[in-house]
Unconditional design. Sequence first.
Lengths: 110, 409
Amino acid sequence: MVILNKKGFKLPRVEKEKFITLIRLGLEYDGQKMLFSVKSYNNINQLRNTLQDILKSEIAFTQTCTVCNVDFNCSTCKYVKACPTKDLPFSCVCNQCLRPKKNLQQQTLF
Amino acid sequence: MKNSLWVEKYRPTIIKDVIGNEEAKTLFVEWLENKRPTRKAVLLYGPPGVGKTTLVNAAANEYKFRIIEMNASDTRSEKAVTRIADPATSFTGLDKFSSEIKGNMLFMDEVDGIAGNEDRGGVNAIIKIIENTRVPIIMAANDCDLEKLRSLKKLCLLIRFQQTRIPLIILALKKICEQEHIKYEFEALENIATKSQGDVRSAINDLQGLSEEGKTLTEQDTLALGLRNKDISMDDTLQGYFASKNLTEAVILLNSSNVEYDDLLMAISDNIPRRYADPFKLAEAYDYLSQADVFRGRVGVENWHLLKYVYNNLAQAAAVDPESYKSFEFISPPIRVITLFWTKNKRTLLANICTKIGAQCHISKYEAKMIFIPYLRLMLQQKKKAPALIEWLKLTPEEVTFLASLKMF
Ligand SMILES: Nc1ncnc2c1ncn2[C@@H]1O[C@H](COP(=O)(O)OP(=O)(O)OP(=O)(O)O)[C@@H](O)[C@H]1O
Ligand SMILES: [Mg+2]
Ligand SMILES: [Zn+2]
Ligand SMILES: [Zn+2]
């Protein structure tokens, strides 16, 4: 499993045709930094398949918590099996924000 | 406000409060702010109940746009088309505005109602509007309608909405519980959210339906919520229903069907004589059905918690005599309004109209829907009779348009 950061990731050199497909499916390429990023999400499922093809591995994008902004990935999520949009799109709520655990200090204080 | 529908009460009014689909929201806002001026129209598409309509209204509210709503019949009138193309309602960048209202935006919600292969005129009218517009045009549809909208799609910036994630829905439900002072077991909210299949509207409706004032909402309370299967057909539902081996099986089956309650009630009433050959059993089943009917009548738009009694009585009717079950052919009523896959908004609209008819004509809502609605629709097409009829039933303009757009089979 390869975890990609949607805001910028590297890919091995691809043929021109593949490159065009990637751009058409919604990637953007920054030639200077040599980084790809996700620009459009409409075809995100196909985009993922194509990337998996290129990388010859399962891929996942990092998730950002809409409450605390931390980056995490879906494999840590309790609901991943039932999730209707596994790994895509890229915003969710992290475990800690969903169900705040009492912090350790409080628990051991009494 | 105690009796209002929570989906309305908690409908977000600012963009930030619309949960999920961050990418779609960002794209939409960028387009509104004129950072993506390549297209004059956007099409928001995706599954039901994820916030498409809500986002448009919230954005209009925040960016101080006046929404001009347009629907099926409007698009065909030349006047409407020219009104939209009028330079007075021109599309200027946000920064150029100084007054309170920054401008108009045209919103065509549920464009599937307008457009379709069988309705070239409608689609072409919209295309003409887009070509001539000087105001931003926003359309919304479910993804299943996209095929029909092929020629329109080319002119639009497409923005895809996806199902809302479980943790996001749980957070939203938690907030509502807090505001409604409802105590809950976390697992109950987990269940509701998981079973909503990413549909925030149905999750909130389920929450309202299951919770009772002063009582803790327990995991147990939510167990009967079956997996919502959006495509389960009436036939499959009836099949499972009549074959239920006991009460629990019938309850679970009914809860897992997404067939509309009224349709279900009617179809069961129609078919139950074929299920029970023994007249005494049949009478007993009818008894439960009429109980269900009584509760259904009281559910209205306000008392959603009564739905469980509707279900329970329906389930009882299926479980009168499980041993005697033999499979049989179902009959379906000849004229029927298609409501199976409607959004709750539309169903509520129809229910309200039926209530008005029922009150004036002293008939039940089911009779109103089955017998009266088809005729009403025809009568409204007669220019001479329509005004008096509208007056008599006290129909709102929205309801009249809605009736005109109804598809029957
Ligand atoms: N993303 C969301 N955030 C918060 N509440 C939501 C969201 N989506 C839906 N809801 C709730 O569900 C109700 C219905 O949502 P809305 O009408 O925006 O759905 P929709 O995507 O337009 O569905 P449809 O395709 O059926 O028209 C809202 O009034 C609100 O209470
Ligand atoms: Mg909508
Ligand atoms: Zn967090
Ligand atoms: Zn997840």
